[in-house]
Design a binder for this molecule. Sequence first.
Ligand code: OAD
Length: 250
Amino acid sequence: MLPSDAGLENARSVVRECRSLCVLTGAGVSAESGVPTFRGTGGLWRNRDPMSLATPGAFAKDPKTVWEWYRWRRELIRECAPNPGHEAIARIEGEKEDFLLVTQNVDGLHRLAGSRKLVEFHGSIWEVRCMDCARAEEVRSDFPSLPPRCPSCGGLLRPGVVWFGEPIPQAALAASLSMIGRCEVLVAAGTSSVVQPSASFALSVARRGGTVIEVNLEATPITESARFSFRGKTGEILPLLLARISHQRP
Ligand code: OAD
């Protein structure tokens, strides 16, 4: 069900009038593109232990198995296209004096939709990095064999994503924290808000008097900090919330 006209109109005018806007996205934003989320029905972590696949220890123990899981996800994501939620976020970036998209998604769909002012907080599934010489590059094609090897030094390549227990890359963290410290409005869309440090962003914004707008299928730990909380699909609500002109109901 879509939010009431009044609630949506109020939130929309807050978004339109602010000078500085931050959008924080999670796996829910890509769900309508066919990318599985991590938690909830059909979530990737439902039948799998994240610690056996998404940690440096798991990779050190069995790089082939970890890579098989990433290869499966890369193949799945390669077939996916951005949805109207990604597109609405990409459109609004050019309309704001100060804008940053902080995404926890590693699928690259925001870039495909045209977003350029973005921080990929948990890295990118398309990037690979050598464990020995640290060479990093984007590789979209499949690998002839697993685990893949570095073309420069023959070292083991790893996915360019942030695993549990690893720090967020310094530049991504600094840019995000700076925006969280200054934005007037934070739109948190399609994230369960349980993975730190991004889970605390909404509370930080709300505590210093900024406006938090949440879009999610269900309530989350940040719902109480949000001035507006819309229940529904990001692919349907974000185009209305971020639209330049007032939406009209027939
Ligand atoms: P989760 O899978 O934890 O949460 C997805 C959220 O999206 C849930 O709150 C759903 O209710 C909501 N959702 C699903 N479909 C939706 C839709 N169509 N419209 C609106 N909301 C929808 O994903 P994240 O919060 O992104 O980290 O998870 C955070 C991190 O945990 C991920 O980046 C990943 C994972 O472990 C790493 O891999 C480091």
